[in-house]
Ligand binder design. Structure first.
Ligand SMILES: [Mg+2]
Length: 329
């Protein structure tokens, strides 16, 4: 018997193909399990090491064992997400986000990707546009690219997400550009930092349920950073998404559409009731896996064992003891 059988007795690992290559991923694996509060999801990306994946396991356990906090809204406005695709696929992809008023576009440089922005605005001229650079530019490239984007498209940009990685570069950039700056990697890779002078380099905080360590830690993080938050997901199944939706719904202030419609990038979800985008919003509900879909996307025994070992390694490195201690208190 697997030593963590008690906690993870329903552990089910699925692999769902993505519709387009996203972060270089074509197959998304996720470990699902159930606790007294409902279903939860543990799905750090395959390449993450144990230290990086630890917060994800804490989030997953909390999601299975603790009820959601009080929710301040029943539905969450979402943004469409446009990965780097051939231009002739843009409409097909954006049609999967019915009624979205905001689009987030993954970009490299202006030369290559301005046509994606163009195509998105052809699809919906009223889109608020977010560019996500994933920290891919240095300061000089950021200044040049954003100058060109601004010149070509004017004030369509809601914000630029992580244009550069370095905090000192973000500070320089913020003084120079007319657009707002959102930070994502600057938060995820520095969860324990104080964010004291965050106002000098960012306007918006991207917060994700699993990488932040779950509901309680994410809400503390939002409070610590003190910027308007955009709750986003990490290509989760509907189980993980439901927790992200609850995190968004628990906010007192939610001024921006959230990045919680990434299910549209997967070939299928595995939950019931199905998570649907209606008029640019998604309803907040606890969801459960649907047997037939679980069976369809179930992984091989090899992959299941890989995930069990991954959980075990993180558990034994100290998380297990901390988790059990917290349950006793
Ligand atoms: Mg991002």
């Amino acid at each position: 018997m697997w030593q963590l059988d008690e906690i993870f007795k329903d552990l089910t690992v699925v692999a769902i193909p993505t519709r387009t290559s996203f972060r270089g991923i074509n197959l998304r694996e996720a470990a699902l399990f159930r606790g007294p509060a409902g279903w939860s999801e543990f799905a750090p990306f395959i390449e993450y090491n144990s230290a990086e994946a630890e917060a994800w396991l804490w989030a997953a356990l909390e999601g299975a064992y603790k009820p959601w906090p009080m929710l301040n809204r029943k539905a969450i406005g979402i943004n469409a997400t446009l990965p780097k695709v051939e231009i002739n696929r843009v409409n097909e992809i954006l049609n999967r986000f019915p009624g979205a008023k905001t689009v987030k576009i993954k970009v490299d440089d202006f030369e290559k990707d301005s046509e994606l922005v163009e195509a998105a605005l052809d699809f919906n001229p009223d889109f608020k546009v977010r560019l996500d650079v994933n920290g891919g530019w240095d300061l000089k490239a950021a200044l040049l690219n954003l100058y060109n984007y601004h010149l070509r498209f004017g004030n369509v940009f809601e914000y630029i997400e992580q244009p550069v990685l370095n905090i000192s570069d973000l500070k320089e950039l913020k003084k120079e550009i007319p657009m707002k700056i959102a930070i994502d990697e600057s938060i995820r890779k520095a969860l324990s930092s104080g964010f004291e002078d965050v106002n000098t380099y960012a306007d918006v905080a991207i917060i994700k349920w699993a990488p932040s360590g779950g509901m309680t830690r994410a809400n503390k993080l939002i409070e610590k950073i003190g910027l308007p938050a955009v709750i986003s997901s990490a290509l989760d199944t509907g189980i993980g998404i439901s927790h992200g939706l609850a995190l968004a719904a628990s906010q007192e202030n939610l001024d921006f559409d959230c990045g919680l419609a990434t299910l549209s990038l997967l070939e299928s979800d595995v939950v019931t009731p199905a998570i649907e985008i209606i008029d640019g919003t998604i309803l907040v509900n606890r969801v459960e896996p649907y047997e037939k879909l679980l069976a369809k996307y179930l992984v091989t025994t090899d992959r299941r064992i890989w995930w069990q070992e991954r959980i075990e390694e993180i558990w034994e490195a100290g998380l297990g003891e901390r988790w059990l201690n917290e349950q006793r208190n």
